[in-house]
Design a protein around this ligand. Structure first.
Ligand SMILES: N[C@@H](CCC(=O)N[C@@H](CS)C(=O)NCC(=O)O)C(=O)O
Length: 234
């Protein structure tokens, strides 16, 4: 009986995303950690599908999860939605206080995005120091403790993007000497088998992001490009 209910809930999950987007990664990792099959719909950032525009008419952005024909937008809201419906391998703590703590750091991760968007390295370093001092100082393996939780998903995706920018700029900022605990955490995170299997290929990711940045620059120079940088949050 329970299995039937589970199957019904599993019906018809579709994900509209860009494989290289940190926001899409959050949803992919969550679906995979939950063991949920879904149809992947790879969107073209320069030519979005009519369905995407219909599903997310406000922001016109990916990711959008479509469940039984109904769209859910905003990556961290999607992660919470999935976690609520499919509680196996829980990501959001059940205890209200622990949940409040986790959601504080999820909110903090969202505040970290503008520094990356504006390539403000000083600000990014400040953010990393906060995480190192306030989240990992007790030498926990993950932000969630012994197991990953929603905070690891939120921050892990931003780090996947940050190391790509490091590769492109050929400048290492997230060095072990400066941030030993964050460095260790990121290694632990990337080595979780589901994350490892679904972590974008480093070279392919750098090449793709580099070409997006070059195209943006070229279009800005020609003043014909109106869409801002990939990590725009407004
Ligand atoms: N806050 C949103 C951010 C989503 C977002 O910025 N998506 C970008 C891709 S990484 C996008 O769709 N960009 C296309 C555009 O701006 O036209 C979330 O967490 O889902």
């Amino acid at each position: 009986m329970e299995e039937v209910a589970l199957n019904t809930k599993m019906e018809n999950l579709k994900l509209h995303g860009f494989w290289y987007s940190p926001f899409t990664m959050r949803v992919v990792w969550t679906l995979k950690l939950k063991g949920l099959p879904y149809e992947n719909i790879e969107e073209d950032r320069y030519n979005k599908s009519p369905q995407l525009l219909e599903y997310n008419p406000v922001h016109k952005k990916i990711p959008v999860l479509v469940h039984g024909g109904k769209p859910i937008c905003e990556s961290m809201i999607i992660v919470q939605y999935i976690d609520e419906l499919w509680p196996q391998n829980p990501l959001v703590p059940l205890d209200p206080y622990e949940r409040a703590q986790a959601m504080f750091w999820v909110a903090y991760s969202e505040q970290m995005i503008p520094a990356q968007k504006e390539k403000d390295v000083e600000k990014a370093l400040e953010n990393f120091k906060v995480l190192e001092d306030h989240c990992l100082a007790d030498k926990r393996k993950f932000f969630g403790g012994d197991k990953i939780n929603i905070v690891d998903i939120a921050i892990g995706s931003l780090f996947a993007f940050f190391v790509t920018i490091e590769d492109i700029k050929q400048e290492k900022v997230l060095v072990a000497e400066r941030f030993p605990l964050l460095h260790l955490w990121f290694d632990n995170f990337k080595n979780i088998s589901i994350i490892k299997e679904n972590f974008p290929d480093r070279e392919k990711m750098s090449a793709t992001i580099k070409s997006i940045m070059e195209r943006r620059r070229a279009m800005e120079a020609g003043k014909s490009y109106i869409s801002p940088f990939i990590l725009r949050t407004d």
